[in-house]
Design a protein around this ligand. Structure first.
Ligand code: AMP
Length: 105
């Protein structure tokens, strides 16, 4: 079964796409924790950050390069990190001063 983010990448379900290229897609989070809350994902379905194998690690650069403006980037990994969707995703949050720590809504 493709992940929900793979379905967004392929256009199978609607999302507020902000950017898409051959490697990376960025779209608005449906449950924003900040005025700007965008998810940046590799188009390839990779479960999590520690699932990267050689050849996939190179995707980290393009994921970072999509980020623009003033922001905080967060990657949740595993149960302690709070990861629920098993498709690597980087949260870009901003739109207001976020303070020293991020409290999720
Ligand atoms: P995590 O808890 O790290 O796995 O984060 C998953 C994030 O994906 C949450 O912030 C959700 O609000 C977001 N999310 C889940 N489904 C969708 C969707 N269909 N479109 C946009 N964002 C989503």
């Amino acid at each position: 079964m493709p992940s929900i983010f793979s379905k967004i990448v392929s256009g199978g379900i609607p999302a507020g796409i902000m950017h898409q290229d051959e490697l990376v897609t960025a779209f608005r989070d449906v449950n924003p924790a900040a005025p700007t809350h965008i998810l940046i994902v590799p188009n390839q379905e990779i479960a999590s950050l520690d699932g990267l194998v050689p050849g996939q690690a190179e995707l980290a650069g393009p994921m970072l390069l999509v980020a623009r403006g003033g922001y905080r980037l967060v990657i949740n990994r595993g149960p302690h990190g709070g990861q629920k969707v098993m498709h690597l995703h980087m949260r870009l949050m901003g739109g207001r001063p976020l303070g020293p720590m991020l409290c999720e809504a």
